[in-house]
Every structure is written in structure tokens, then in C-alpha cells.
Write a protein that binds this ligand. Structure first.
Ligand code: AMP
Length: 467
């Protein structure tokens, strides 16, 4: 069994602020939705690197005391998601090492696709790994480089890896931020007085009152050091392939990502398009909270059907999707959501959610809605059928667990016991972005069109395909 790592992470970097670790902590708090398994912060004061990390939520890991142990004006932080793979502190980030040129810390969001291959090669030449993380491979490649400057060592290392990465690297006195040449994962730059802020999503800047400047461009490497901020493009240009699932589900609605598009607005637009593509006579539109709220608002607006809260969410439990055992997942939906009898009784209801992965959640929800007296339940999904696993940093199950990979829409409709089921089309999904005339998204989870081919040798990717 091969593990999947670095999935669905959030990263934050602060350069040139006396409260760097405190601000990194707040940034991680705002990015908690991107990873709840572990979190860590590494800081630098010009002489050394300091590290604090732990398992669990940001608020539980850090206290005033731990933040005090992180001095210096530079800090990078990382939130990691829980996956079905190993869940160990050794896999929590940032990962730190001492190499010939001094200390180094690294925080990575994304997934590399040629990692098994590179790792075996490095091990054959004597490298010893202390974790099972993709990111450690980058660190070993940096350590092997004959280049003198960290930015050149990093660029040499990254020329060898393939995949998705939004990355923060810190030495004892400089910070480097870099996005992969296809720009798969988001990364934005902001300013807070005289200091710089680099974060996965803009919602982290709002919390610390930093001013958004711009997104890092695909393939851009930004170096923050005593001479200021310098930008480089060390890789050959590639076709952009921003992850469209960030808009569908993963990013926070109050964030603006991939060129300053607000996520809530885009989701609302998905809902309007879905209503035009798949209308249905109904009395109410209800979202699956929280992931379906924005799209349900759009669906309600375009279909002129009243929006209602037919399901109420308990916010004090983690996401059910991450629980590894089916039995817990079934129970989890009930723990998380409750149906409102007074809203639903005798009504024809459209239920809007952002995606169906295994189908377990929708089936449970529809059962609850019917038990509350709804007359008809129509399911509308603001993503196309999820048919393929993601290799670039979204936690998806293997292909055979993806209900849409093995079942038709009609079959899924009867499995989830809906009166009708419709998904947004892939063309519909692209409509909100057509103004600029560019098609710059990775939609491999729906289309199977993977922008980065992985080496056939790489067993970890094959295991996701169920081969
Ligand atoms: P499922 O029961 O597997 O069909 O799960 C569908 C639910 O999981 C939907 O409500 C989605 O909002 C949510 N979801 C979809 N993708 C992910 C993901 N990568 N991580 C966590 N939750 C997800």
C-alpha cells in the first residue's frame, strides 16, 4: 500500500516582521480548512531555524508559550490534511534539515508524481529519509546540488520533480516562495507594513490585515532576502492548469484565488448555470451546508425557487469525509447534519451539494430529508461526475471507490434514492471563466485529461487507479 502525502495543505510565509511566528499562526488558523491533521511553524532569526509542530488543530497545537519558542522575523507554517495513509508527526511539516550550507525548512502544498522513482534513485546513492513525505525528496535534491545560492539549488532540484507544488523554503536568513510551472495550487503575495506575506488563500491575509498584492505566477520563484524581493522564472513555460476543484470545494468562499476571482461568486455562478442546464419544478432549494451554500444560492436565484435552510450543520466535528472506515463515515453524516422537519414537510425539494465522491453522503442526506416529510427530492451537483483520482494534491479515493467511475448517472440517482439527479457539465463549469478567453484549468478529476503524465513506474499513482 502506497501512501498519499502533502495533500490538501495550507501554507503561510511571513518575511521581515518581528511578529512573524504569531502572524504565521494566525494565517494557519485562517487556512485550517485546508488541513486538520497536523500543523507546524518554523521560524528563523538570521542564525538558526526553530520548529514547533504537532498533531491536531492549530489552536490546540500552539500556545503563547510555543509561539515564544519561535523567534525571528521570518516564519513559514503548514497545515496538513488527514489522508487514508500514515498519520504521524514525522510527516507533519514544515520539514527541517541541516545540510552543508546550514539549516533549511520547507512547507509544501501539492503532490509530486515522479516521487517513487526519484526516491529510489536517491536511496540507491545513499540518501537516508526520515519521513515518507514527497517534500523530503526536494530537500535531498537541494542538498546534492553543486550550486552556491539557495535559489539556484532549489531551481536545480525542482527541474527534476514533476507534479504540483506551491512551496515555501526558508534558510536562517531568507525565504523563497515558488509555484509549479502549471500553477496547479494557489499561492498569493501580500504586504503587511514593511513585511511580506505569502499564503495559499487570501482569507489568511484578511485575518492579519495584510494587503493582497497579486498571485504568484505559474512557474514563478520569489526570493525574499536583505536585498528585497526578486522574482525569477527558472522553468520552461507550460500551459497553465489551475485546479478547478479549489473553486468547487476546497478553498474558502471568502478567498480570492487564481487571479483574484472570489470563490463564493464563482460558486454562485456554478449554481446559476446548473439551474439553466438542469431545471426542475420544486418548492424549495436547500444547500448541503457548508459546501453547497453558494451554489444553492445561485441555483435558487436563477430558478426563482425560494432558498431555505433544510439542513443544519453541527460545526464542532471534523469533516466526515476524512474518516477512513465506511462504518464511521455513515454515522458521521448524522453527527454533522440534521434535517428541519418544519421546513421540509410536504415540499418538493432541490438539494444542492458541491460534489458526489463515493455517494455515501448524498444517500444519507436524502434519507434524512425524506424522513422529515419531503414529497420529492431532486439532487443537483455543482461539479461534474468525479470519475478520476487526483494526483496533484486533492484527497480523492481510489478509482473504484468513486461512484461515478463505475456507475451511470441513472444508477447513482437510484443509489442515492433521489427523484432526479443532475451534475453541472464540464462546459458549464468553465463558463464563469470564459471572459478572459482562456481555458487554464486542470479538470482531470472529471475529464481524465491529466496535464502532467506520471511515469508508468510510479506505483503510488497506479495504486490510486486500483492497478
Ligand atoms: P461522499 O459521501 O464520498 O460522496 O462525499 C461527498 C461529500 O464530501 C460532499 O459533501 C463534498 O462536499 C465532500 N468532499 C468532496 N471532496 C472532498 C475532499 N477532497 N475532501 C473532503 N471532503 C470532500
Amino acid at each position: 500500500m502506497f501512501d498519499k502525502f502533502n495533500e490538501e495543505c495550507g501554507i503561510v510565509g511571513i518575511y521581515g516582521n518581528p511578529e512573524a511566528s504569531n502572524l504565521a499562526y494566525l494565517g494557519l488558523h485562517a487556512l485550517q480548512h485546508r488541513g486538520q491533521e497536523s500543523a507546524g511553524i518554523a521560524s528563523a532569526d538570521g542564525r538558526s531555524i526553530y520548529l514547533e509542530k504537532g498533531m491536531g488543530l492549530v489552536v490546540d497545537i500552539f500556545s503563547e508559550g510555543t509561539i515564544k519558542k519561535l523567534p525571528g522575523k521570518i516564519a513559514i507554517g503548514h497545515n496538513r490534511y488527514s489522508t487514508t495513509g500514515e498519520s504521524h508527526l514525522k510527516n507533519a511539516q514544515p520539514c527541517t534539515v541541516e545540510y552543508s550550507r546550514g539549516p533549511l525548512a520547507l512547507a509544501h502544498n501539492g503532490n509530486l508524481v515522479n516521487i517513487s522513482f526519484l526516491r529510489s534513485e536517491l536511496e540507491a546513492y545513499g540518501s537516508i529519509f526520515s519521513s515518507t513525505m514527497d517534500s523530503e525528496v526536494i530537500v535531498h535534491l537541494i542538498a546534492q546540488s553543486k550550486e552556491f545560492k539557495l535559489k539556484d539549488q532549489l531551481s536545480e532540484a525542482l527541474h527534476r520533480v514533476q507534479g504540483a507544488y506551491s512551496l515555501l523554503i526558508m534558510s536562517e536568513k531568507e525565504m523563497i516562495a515558488v509555484r509549479d510551472p502549471r500553477g496547479i495550487r494557489p499561492l498569493s503575495l501580500g504586504k503587511l507594513k514593511d513585511s511580506y506575506v505569502v499564503v495559499s488563500e487570501s482569507c489568511a491575509m484578511d485575518l492579519i490585515e495584510a494587503e493582497y498584492i497579486r498571485d504568484l505566477k505559474p512557474g514563478e520563484m520569489m526570493v525574499f532576502d536583505q536585498s528585497g524581493v526578486n522574482s525569477y522564472f527558472p522553468f520552461p513555460a507550460q500551459k497553465e492548469a489551475a485546479c478547478i476543484f479549489e473553486f468547487i470545494y476546497f478553498s474558502r468562499p471568502d478567498s480570492s484565488i487564481f487571479g483574484d476571482r472570489n470563490v463564493h461568486e464563482v460558486r454562485k455562478e456554478f449554481g446559476r448555470i446548473l439551474a439553466q442546464e438542469s431545471p426542475v419544478e420544486a418548492d424549495l432549494v436547500i444547500p448541503v451546508p457548508d459546501s453547497g451554500i453558494s451554489a444553492a444560492m445561485g441555483y435558487s436565484e436563477a430558478s426563482k425557487t425560494p432558498f431555505e435552510m433544510g439542513l443544519i450543520r453541527n460545526h464542532y466535528i471534523g469533516r466526515t469525509f476524512i474518516e477512513p472506515q465506511a462504518s464511521i463515515r455513515h454515522f458521521g453524516v448524522k453527527l454533522k447534519l440534521n434535517a428541519m422537519k418544519n421546513v421540509l414537510e410536504g415540499k418538493r425539494v432541490v438539494v444542492v451539494d458541491d460534489s458526489i465522491v463515493r455517494g455515501t453522503t448524498s444517500r444519507k442526506i436524502i434519507k434524512m430529508i425524506r424522513a422529515s416529510g419531503a414529497k420529492e427530492v431532486h439532487m443537483r451537483v455543482s461539479a461534474p461526475p468525479t470519475m478520476n483520482p487526483c494526483f496533484y494534491g486533492i484527497d480523492t479515493p481510489t478509482r473504484k471507490e468513486l461512484i461515478a467511475a463505475t456507475h451511470t448517472v441513472d444508477e447513482i440517482c437510484s443509489y442515492i434514492t433521489a427523484d432526479s439527479l443532475a451534475y453541472i457539465s464540464i462546459e458549464g463549469l468553465k463558463k464563469p471563466f470564459q471572459e478572459g478567453g482562456r481555458d487554464h484549468f486542470c479538470d482531470a478529476c472529471f475529464s481524465g485529461d491529466y496535464p502532467i503524465k506520471f511515469p508508468k513506474m510510479d506505483m503510488r499513482q497506479l495504486s490510486l487507479f486500483g492497478e
